[in-house]
Design a protein around this ligand. Structure first.
Ligand code: HEM
Length: 718
């Protein structure tokens, strides 16, 4: 029996194979089809799927021996759902390939496409029909990252990789990709180049003392990972490698010589992908050449800070309609953001960084959905805005915040910037310092960056130059920023942006006094729509294209206090949420119905049920709304319990799996409100740049087409 291999934890599964099992798969793909498949996959890899494919192929091989892991394939709600859904789609164009081969080939191709070695790859994997049909126990556990040395070795031995070299080399795949807090409770990338395979992972493992424990809270429970100053992480299991003399020797070897790592990786990954594969494998290797250029995916956007390492935040600066300079910050951190804008004489008082515990849970306290546009008025010397970042730690953690300042031509009365003779700089500062409770105090800045403002104005963006760097508990103050800027002997607009990490989420190993983290105020019961409130919101004038009504313009005025957790605060949050879907500036879709908001089409997992029926039901409902024959649910609070759309919003991270977003019935919520760009929405809904984003984007475009809504999209932010 080809499957009765030593270490197979469930040899009896062979006996349960259904009669239709044909271990001898005849590949009927033509060379031309292989070439087209490479092109199709390359495109997806370029879009960021590479790490997902590498991991998927590993899990498939590790659980079902390359015979199509039914655990993964049939369970479309698994955390591999994004990439599986994509492969599903690709597969329809390549009926001659088995899904097992497709999964495996995608992994192999991704390795070389992302700068890694060529994998010697052969086709011939069979598709199992169901769990029983899979030759290896498909319920074999996938390691979760907390394994000790013995468990780690045992895992690899079980899948036929017995040497320490194999194991260490394979772990080098963690140079790629990210941990996703909503999938595993861990967060962040291991390396500075998550879309390029290099030996950086091993170099980093050579100095484990650069890492400190980071506590992360999410719905998946408290986790501990390791993090360095650049925001790169290591799982506990990665660190295990540094605690075994034999592993350490190999780490040193790979760190010193990338070629050695590549050779060993190619060998080990190649064998892994053939683990337990029947003798039906073709003799000829299929080329895994044709590597696409993925560098673009890595370098976008060019304004991420720090410029190497895990992006702590990325800033887009665009000149909008000639009047505003809009700073948009994408951050993968939670907490609060403070922004100060002023002339060269900024003082601590000009920059307010606030800290008021944001919700650790889903709910209206989270501002994931908040896009704040802050306008700096012509005569203001300084202004500020503080924004609660999305507190929910169970979602992909990118948030987007926009600030806008009036064009420096206008600001010139206070800054001295005149006309197009703009040779100033915009200075950014990133901080992970901790402000003092609710006191809104700036007490440290870690990293400074400058933007050449003339580049911003003439080209729409300026490349960042790092001008200062300090340790996390830096003594550099905002005053120091102004000093550095002034020292550059140029007229300066200092934009100080401080990101305050919520201590509870990014514990830095310290316990947080509970007093600093007020619990979220969540509605105890479903609130009924408040007709009066709705009415008043719908007449609110929007301040700008990205305004949610949550913005404030400040001038030199004293900063308002933080929103208390009162009814007012709650209604403010409601407003923010509401505006996500029905910005008041948007013309009504039709006379009766207003803008389409959330559609509570389906809830729970939609995959595996009758998709066609669900889609039909959705269409029906959509039509009703558009025709004005039904009114969409108005109060966002009611979406909580009612709608799957709400899942996206409320439980977004944990439930935004591709399974859900791929189905148009699910995303009806997103709409028909043309003022929202898809890009905006992706951030609001917590959808990351890789798989989910693409699927979601496509689905939204399709939906819009059907609804006849046209909207020009700005270039993608990330
Ligand atoms: C004991 C062994 C291993 C453990 C415990 C482990 C654990 C993990 C965990 C917890 C994640 C984060 C998933 C997420 O949050 O999205 C991850 C990601 C990843 N793993 Fe592993 N892993 C192991 C071995 C491997 C191997 C052998 C490979 C491939 C050769 C691999 C490739 C990857 C890749 C590419 C990612 C990033 C995926 C993405 O960007 O979504 N891992 N791994």
């Amino acid at each position: 029996c080809p499957f009765a291999q030593p270490g197979n934890p469930s040899p009896h599964s062979h006996a349960r194979r259904s009669p239709g099992w044909d271990p001898h798969y005849n590949n009927t793909m033509t060379p031309g089809q292989w070439a087209s498949l490479r092109t199709a996959l390359s495109q997806s890899i370029q879009d960021g799927y590479g790490p997902l494919f590498v991991r998927l192929a590993y899990h498939d091989a590790a659980t079902a021996g390359g015979a199509h892991a039914q655990q993964l394939i049939t369970n479309r709600t698994s955390f591999h759902s994004t990439e599986l859904a994509l492969l599903d789609r690709i597969k329809t164009n390549f009926p001659a390939i088995t899904f097992a081969d497709l999964v495996s080939f995608a992994g192999a191709l991704s390795v070389s496409a992302m700068g890694g070695p060529k994998i010697n790859w052969r086709s011939g994997r069979n598709d199992a029909k169901d769990f029983q049909d899979a030759p290896v126990d498909p319920t074999a556990p996938i390691p979760d990252g907390t394994e000790n040395v013995d468990q780690f070795r045992a895992h690899f031995r079980r899948i036929g990789l017995t040497s320490d070299r194999d194991m260490v080399a394979l772990m080098g795949a963690h140079n790629l990709g990210n941990c996703h807090i909503w999938k595993t409770g861990y967060a962040g990338p291991w390396s500075s180049t998550p879309f390029n395979l290099t030996n950086e992972y091993f170099k980093l493992l050579q100095t484990p003392t650069n890492y400190r424990i980071e506590k992360i809270l999410s719905d998946l429970g408290p986790k501990e990972q390791w993090i360095d100053n650049a925001g790169r992480m290591m799982l506990p299991v990665d660190m295990v490698l540094t605690r075994d003399a034999s592993f350490v020797k190999i780490i040193d070897e790979y760190a010193a010589n990338q070629d050695t790592f590549f050779a060993d990786f190619a060998s080990a990954y190649g064998r892994l992908l053939e683990h337990n594969v029947s003798p039906g494998l073709s003799k000829d290797a299929i080329s895994t050449d044709n590597p696409p250029v993925v560098a673009a995916a890595v370098s976008k956007p060019g304004t991420c800070y720090p410029s190497i390492g895990s992006p702590i935040f990325c800033v887009d600066i665009v000149v909008d309609n000639g009047n505003d300079v809009i700073f948009t910050v994408h951050t993968n951190r939670q907490g609060w953001v403070g922004l100060g804008v002023g002339s060269g004489s900024m003082t601590n008082n000009d920059v307010i960084v606030g800290y008021k515990g944001s919700s650790d849970k889903d709910g209206f306290q989270t501002s994931r959905f908040t896009t704040v546009q802050h306008k700096i008025t012509p005569n203001s010397k300084s202004a500020w805005q503080q924004i609660p970042l999305r507190g929910a730690s169970d979602k992909p953690s990118w948030a987007k915040i926009s600030f806008s300042a009036v064009h420096p031509k206008v600001i010139s009365s206070t800054t001295g910037l005149v006309g197009n003779n703009l040779n100033g700089y915009v200075t950014f500062a990133v901080s992970d310092f901790e402000p003092l409770g609710d006191n809104n105090v700036v007490d440290g800045v870690t990293t400074l960056y400058q933007h050449d403002i003339s580049a911003i104005l003439t080209k729409g963006t300026g490349g960042p130059t790092m001008v200062g760097n300090d340790t996390p508990s830096s003594s550099l103050s905002v005053g120091a920023i102004a000093g550095i800027a002034a020292g550059a002997a140029v007229v300066v607009i200092a934009v100080v942006l401080a990101i305050v990490f919520r201590r509870r989420a990014l514990g830095r190993g310290e316990k947080v006094p509970t007093a600093e983290i007020p619990e979220p105020v969540l509605p105890a019961t479903v609130q009924q729509p408040d007709a009066g409130w709705m009415k008043s919101q719908s007449t609110t004038k929007s301040e700008g294209p990205m305004s949610t009504g949550a913005s404030s313009s400040a001038g030199d005025s004293a900063p308002p206090s933080f929103l208390p957790d009162t009814t007012t605060a709650k209604s403010e949050k409601q407003l923010q949420l509401f505006n996500v879907f029905t910005p008041s500036s948007v013309p009504r879709m039709n006379e009766k119905g207003g803008n389409l908001v959330s559609i509570g089409g389906s809830s729970g997992s939609t995959y595996g049920v009758d998709e066609a029926a669900e889609n039909a039901a959705f269409e029906q409902q959509l039509k009703q709304y558009l025709d004005g024959n039904a009114t969409p649910p108005e109060d966002p609070l009611t979406w909580d319990r009612a709608a799957s759309a709400y899942f996206v919003m409320k439980n977004g991270g944990s439930l935004v799996s591709a399974t859900r977003v791929r189905d148009e019935n699910f995303i009806g919520s997103v709409l028909l409100a043309p003022s929202f760009t898809i890009t905006d929405l992706l951030f609001k809904l917590g959808i990351e740049r890789t798989g989910d984003k693409i699927i979601f984007e496509n689905a939204m475009v399709a939906l819009r087409e059907r609804a006849g809504v046209t909207k020009q999209e700005p270039p993608a932010y990330i």
